[in-house]
Design a binder for this molecule. Structure first.
Ligand code: IDP
Ligand code: MG
Length: 156
């Protein structure tokens, strides 16, 4: 099982899209194991986006991400990291495929609704930035036996 860090960005919260976006992950069978509504402190946004420091969009990105509340999620499932990236769609709302979150809900390139970790290394690093020990939960769901095929002894 993988856990990935998802952020519903300020535009998603302001536009009232939290429920619909979270539903997409739940509908897919993914499990929400952490959730936090917060205004991201500037230093935290800078840490989270450190790899983009120096790029032309960096200052605007930090300003946007800290401008209003976001919903930070820890999302778990088999292959959750790549699966969530695929469900998010390409970075720019204008280019993202229909059927993806950015493709269906966004038209802007910078206000693109959602962040998702792009690798296991990024997920581990980003989860640690936003969640303290114990805030990412372990719990089973009755439906898990129907989300995954357990006949081989492990979820498939
Ligand atoms: P990702 O969110 O799809 O992983 P990244 O390249 O990691 O895309 O960029 C991080 C965020 O920075 C994007 O989600 C978007 O909000 C913003 N961003 C990236 N490239 C541009 C750009 O060229 N113009 C404006 N904003 C950008
Ligand atoms: Mg990225």
């Amino acid at each position: 099982m993988e856990t990935t860090l998802i952020i519903l960005k300020p535009d998603a919260v302001q536009r009232g899209l939290m429920g619909r976006i979270v539903s997409r992950f739940e509908d897919k069978g993914l499990q929400i194991v952490g959730a936090k509504l917060m205004v991201i402190p500037v230093a935290t946004a800078e840490r989270h986006y450190a790899d983009h420091k120096g790029k032309p969009f960096y200052d605007g990105l930090v300003k946007f991400m800290t401008s209003a509340p976001v919903l930070v999620l820890a999302v778990r499932g088999l292959g959750a990291i790549a699966m969530c990236r695929k469900m998010m769609g390409a970075t720019f709302g204008s280019k993202a495929e229909a059927g993806t979150i950015r493709g269906d809900f966004g038209s802007s390139n910078s206000f693109n609704l959602i962040h998702g970790s792009d690798s296991p290394e990024a997920a581990a690093k980003e989860l640690e930035i936003f969640f303290a020990k114990g805030e990412v939960l372990e719990y089973s769901r009755a439906v898990d036996r129907w989300v995954y095929d357990h006949s081989g002894g492990k979820p498939e």
